[in-house]
Ligand binder design. Structure first.
Ligand code: CMC
Length: 437
């Protein structure tokens, strides 16, 4: 398009610069030519937390936060959640198109064949304390996979990349289930590749002495839908961690462990656990107004509300609300849903939340369903991490074959001391309060 340029006048020098506009962005490097004199480093952009910076071009997930739209590879999330299995969506995210029947059969077989883990990993897992947080176990065991699969370091070879992708997607439910059973002191259950992805996971979680554990089909489908909804969400915190760490050509196990670490934080995937703790603390509907006041006074956050990109209802939260009702038909109603619904009603009509465009996000309702299904709150973020591994790997694959790929290395604005000379220990002045830890 003609006139797809931006002209900037530097008022320091009165010089004008014209830079191209590409898909609604300008290249930050185009600003480097803007200098006050030849010695000047050139202009940079300052964007802490990447509020307005596109870090890559991606063809995987489309998100319109103003309109509340989410699509994977062009397909609306609502349609995928209604019609697909999780592994079908995983194939779509990784390969760009929905699989044919043959492609899907091969893909299901490959993933399930890789669900087994090395026996030594079980021993590794046994070293964790009995009440170790499952996210801590998950991220450590995923990182440990790199010691079992040294071919994972061949990150510039697409064939080897694909192999690690299948291994990781296959093994995540096994690691997650073992982390769960470790806590309960129950024996680990081997994966059953004859089962589908979610039923196999449920089998590894909940099988006891019965010869054949049969997962409830409604709950298995609910888990499948939740996995689909969590599979990717473009350049969020953990995906950015995946891309940043992967950009150094670290192997995908170490890289995925970094993404899991980012996901664990309570402002990101860890929010689902925090929502449950918050609902527990509120306890009953009559205590909601006092809680909302505390939020508005800035003493705390309404967990599961707000999003960097969505300034409208999160379409995933809408689907999750429906799934909750289906799950409750089987499990009985989790009374926390009524507190959550009331909280949402009050918040959506309150000036504080309306003005800031804060809506429920994916984490607001998911934990209530997980709890009804029998999971403890500290498992919730694991349930986010299993499906998100697919998105991380799709984004990693995309980055590794991107001709624009370079090691991620932001700049900074240095605000520290000017050069100063070393002072010997005996001559230094006491400047900081002595605080023991
Ligand atoms: N409760 C109360 N106030 C909030 C909340 C909240 N949950 N979220 C944002 N605000 C306020 C915030 O205090 C600020 O107010 P002011 O303008 O007066 O300073 C304003 O809204 C803008 O918020 P922000 O922190 O600048 O927004 P952000 O884009 O940097 O943060 C967020 C996004 C998700 C971290 C934040 O909304 C939050 O902390 N939410 C609670 C945690 C949560 O639910 N996280 C899950 C996110 S969705 C799934 C995922 O990514 O894992």
């Amino acid at each position: 398009m003609e006139n797809e340029t931006l002209t900037i006048t530097d008022n320091r020098t009165q010089k004008a610069y014209t830079v191209p506009i590409f898909r609604g962005t300008i290249r930050a490097m185009d600003l480097r030519q803007i200098k006050t004199d030849p010695e000047d480093f050139g202009l940079m952009t300052y964007d802490p937390a990447f509020m307005n910076t596109a870090s890559c071009q991606s063809a995987i997930t489309y998100l319109d936060g103003e309109k509340g739209i989410l699509r994977y590879r062009g397909y609306p999330i609502e349609q995928l959640a209604e019609h697909c299995t999780f592994l079908e969506v995983a194939y779509l995210l990784l390969n760009g198109d929905l699989p044919t029947k043959d492609e899907l059969d091969t893909w299901n077989y490959d993933v399930m064949r890789h669900s087994m883990i090395h026996e030594n990993l079980k021993k590794f897992m046994d070293g964790f304390h009995h009440d170790a947080h499952p996210m801590g176990i998950l991220l450590s065991t995923v990182a440990a996979l790199s010691t079992f699969y040294p071919d994972g370091r061949a990150v510039n070879d697409a064939k080897y990349r694909r192999k690690q992708v299948v291994r990781l997607i296959g093994k995540m439910p096994t690691l997650a289930a073992y982390a769960y059973r470790h806590r309960l002191g129950r024996p680990y259950i081997y994966p059953d590749p004859e089962l589908c992805y979610t039923k196999n996971y449920m089998n590894m979680l909940w099988k006891r002495t019965e010869p054949n554990y049969v997962a409830n089909p409604v709950l298995a489908r609910a888990l499948e839908v939740l996995f689909i909804l969590h599979a990717d969400h473009e350049q969020n915190c953990s995906t950015s961690a995946m891309r940043v760490v992967g950009s150094s050509n670290a192997d995908p196990y170490a890289t995925t462990a970094a993404a899991i670490s980012a996901l664990w934080g309570p402002l990101h995937g860890g929010a689902n656990e925090e929502v449950l703790r918050m609902l527990d603390e509120i306890g009953s509907k009559d205590r909601i107004p006092a809680f909302i006041e505390e939020v508005k006074e800035g003493h705390r956050k309404l967990m599961g509300f707000g999003h960097r990109v969505y300034k409208n209802y999160d379409p995933r939260a809408r689907i999750i609300k429906q799934v909750a009702e289906e799950v409750f038909e089987v499990t009985g109603r989790n009374p926390k849903i009524d507190i959550a619904l009331e909280l949402e009603k009050i918040a959506l009509n309150d000036e504080y939340f309306v003005k800031r465009r804060l809506y429920p996000n994916v984490d607001f309702y998911s934990g209530i369903i997980y709890q009804a299904m029998g999971f403890n709150p500290d498992q919730f973020t694991v349930l986010f991490g299993i499906p998100r591994t697919v998105g991380w790997l799709a984004q990693w694959q995309e980055m590794m074959s991107d001709t624009d790929k370079k090691i991620a290395r932001p700049r900074q604005i240095y605000i520290g001391e000017e050069k100063r000379d070393f002072v010997p220990l005996t001559l230094r002045e006491h400047k900081h309060e002595l605080v023991g830890v």
